[in-house]
Every structure is written in structure tokens, then in C-alpha cells.
Design a protein around this ligand. Sequence first.
Ligand SMILES: Nc1ncnc2c1ncn2[C@@H]1O[C@H](COP(=O)(O)OP(=O)(O)OP(=O)(O)O)[C@@H](O)[C@H]1O
Ligand SMILES: [Mg+2]
Length: 150
Amino acid sequence: MKIAVTGKGGVGKTTVSAVLARLYAEEGKKVFAVDVDPDANLGLALGFPEKVLERMVPISKMRRLVEERTGADKSNTYYKVNPKVDDIPETYGKEYNGVRLLLLGTVETGFSGLHPLQRGGDRSRSGRRVALRIQQGGHRRNPADQKDVR
Ligand SMILES: Nc1ncnc2c1ncn2[C@@H]1O[C@H](COP(=O)(O)OP(=O)(O)OP(=O)(O)O)[C@@H](O)[C@H]1O
Ligand SMILES: [Mg+2]
């Protein structure tokens, strides 16, 4: 059984997830808890010692593993979208009180900041900074698609 807990900020997702994980573990079930929140705190809610959490590396930071599984690297922009992952919780998770925890971390996307060409103060006609939306492949879009940001 897989349970995904989602919803708007601060409604109790982490608390509910941790309680469910602990209750299922107490029933003797094998529990994998996967924290997909970039600001991960499920480990603390599960009672993991901070020293254990500090040493945990999120999967998104394991570049070599990601390259190995997806085939993506600097010279190859084509990659598998369904890589083998079924061994990852067992291998890279940490267990405490019967719950095995895995951290996914966050992915830095091409949309998260200004394009390098724009750094240094390019201005749109209105005088505000502009952020370019970069298409897959890194090409600039039509300037008409530029989005003003404050
Ligand atoms: N059933 C509840 N009754 C009262 N308070 C609760 C309940 N569930 C959670 N809380 C409290 O509400 C706050 C937010 O809970 P929690 O961190 O679990 O939410 P979240 O949805 O994971 O938040 P975020 O979106 O920031 O990750 C915490 O202080 C938590 O202790
Ligand atoms: Mg949360």
C-alpha cells in the first residue's frame, strides 16, 4: 500500500505522515517514509536523532547515483524517465523505530532564477528586471514571451 499525503502549507501533512508511519510500524508492517518536501522535517517528526538526520544525504544530491540510473550527464541530455528505483529506500534510507526514512531533497530548475545572460542588470522597457523563460534545450524564447518580474 502507498499513501501520499499532500495539501496546502501548515495543515498537518508532516504530523499525519509521521503518526501513520509509526502506527503501521507498530503493527509490524514494513514502512518506508519518503520526505519529498525540500524543507524536509519528517525525520524530526518521526523522532529521528538530529545527528542521524544531519548525516543523511537527499537522493537529489547523489549525482553519481542519478547519472548511473538515468543515463543523464553533462554530455547527454536524453535520459530515462523510469529508472530502476525499487532498491533505493532499502539502500539509501535510514531506519529508526521501525520506520525507514528516505529524503528526496529538491531539484534546482532552470526556472528558479535569472538566466546568466540577464544577470548584471538587463532591464525591460518598463525598467524592471526581466527573467527569461528558457525552453528545453536552453534556447531563448521569443522576447514577447519574456515575463516581467519585480
Ligand atoms: N491535528 C492537529 N491539531 C493541532 N495542531 C496540529 C495538528 N496537526 C498538526 N498540528 C500542528 O500544526 C503545525 C503544522 O503541522 P505540520 O508541520 O505537520 O504541517 P505541514 O502541512 O507538514 O506543514 P508544511 O506545509 O509547512 O510542511 C505544527 O505545529 C503541528 O504541531
Ligand atoms: Mg511538512
